[in-house]
Design a protein around this ligand. Structure first.
Ligand code: SAM
Ligand code: SF4
Length: 326
């Protein structure tokens, strides 16, 4: 069992497969020209599996693959199939571009739920956010997943003045589709141009939805980082991830392994523990994992403890989102 000093048991591991991506979302990528990590410094498939097995032996029940874009790795299929053999719930967060070609692998690995990032339902705005003209490809891949009965959750980062006007268009999408929309408060990371006035909060999102729909709260599962809601008569549902205005740290069970094999005990931690070098040196990695999680801060990596309106995003010590793995 992996626990921290506040008694939180950690049984959910998020593994970033790469910091590379075929999109250029401005809120995720650092502003300056960014060199992706060379392949030699990334965990190899056997190393991902070896580390994952260690975590699973210590009680990890759920693994999420993320990135960067996890499906741009040439050996993604090998990793996914390997992890699919472990006794865990395997899930993934992806931008949705490579679903069609990877579908047989996803099915073989037993993946039952996929989170797809989609911040707008307007093709031109999609291009503006991602710098890639593939809106229709992503939409058709979402349909493909639904046809194959793989549950789809849509991650939508809400940014004031950019896509907050589309909140209820996303809600309308849930009327006849069994999808869950996850509205995410915009978070600050190294070089992502975050300012508090671009943030659209949980309360603001709820207010917009309640203007047009009857909203009923749904009880959250333990460790859930989202507040869940339903709308009578809608096949789908929605949730809000309010990391900035109402964080969920008290029940946190998450650990993050970066693509270069560093363990982060919190999305906002300023430190990290190098597991990959120890693994490559044939050293015992378990004590490093236990020590890292034991040292986890109570809330938000001990960094975002001020009210979000007073936050100086540039003073936060962290990687960019694309190098952590969202
Ligand atoms: N490439 C994949 C994707 O886009 O789904 C996986 C990695 S991405 C970093 C994971 C999630 O983090 C995405 O849903 C993305 O929208 C979200 N994300 C990235 N930067 C963010 C930010 N600054 N605030 C909130 N969410 C963010
Ligand atoms: Fe790539 Fe996902 Fe970041 Fe967009 S949000 S740049 S798709 S990793």
């Amino acid at each position: 069992m992996i626990a921290d000093s506040f008694g939180r048991v950690h049984d959910y591991l998020r593994i970033s497969l790469t910091d590379n991506c075929n999109f250029r979302c401005f809120y995720c990528m650092p502003e300056e020209n960014y060199d992706f990590t060379p392949a030699s410094r990334l965990m190899k498939p056997a190393e991902v599996l070896a580390l994952a097995e260690l975590f699973v032996a210590q009680g990890v029940k759920k693994i999420r693959l993320t990135g960067g874009e996890p499906l741009v790795r040439k050996d993604a299929a090998e990793i996914i199939k390997g992890l699919g053999k472990l006794p865990v719930e395997l899930v993934m967060t992806t931008n949705g571009t490579r679903i069609a070609e990877m579908l047989p692998v996803l099915i073989e690995a037993g993946i039952k739920t996929i989170n797809i990032s989609l911040d707008t339902l307007q093709p031109e705005k999609f291009f503006m956010i991602t710098r890639r003209d593939v809106f229709h490809q992503v939409r058709s891949n979402i349909e493909l997943l639904l046809q194959h009965k793989i549950a789809v959750k849509i991650n939508m980062v809400v940014m004031k003045g950019l896509n907050d006007g589309e909140i209820n268009d996303f809600i309308k999408w849930t009327k006849h589709n069994p999808i869950q929309i996850r509205f995410i408060e915009f978070m600050p990371f190294s070089g992502n141009k975050w300012t508090s006035n671009k943030m659209f909060s949980l309360q603001e999102i709820l207010h917009v939805v309640e203007e047009d729909f009857t909203v009923l709260p749904v009880e959250s599962a333990p460790h859930d980082t989202a507040k869940h809601f339903m709308i009578p008569g809608h096949e789908g549902s929605f949730a809000i991830i309010s990391t900035m205005t109402a964080p969920f740290c008290s029940t946190c069970n998450r650990m993050r392994l970066t693509a270069d094999g560093k363990l982060k005990n919190c999305l906002f931690s300023d430190g990290e523990t190098d597991l990959l070098t120890s693994l490559r040196n044939n050293e015992d990695v378990l004590p490093l994992i236990f020590a890292s999680i034991w040292s986890k801060k109570k809330e938000l990596g001990g960094q975002l403890i001020t009210h979000f309106e007073n936050l100086d995003a540039d003073a936060i010590k962290n990687r960019s989102m694309i190098t952590i793995g969202g």
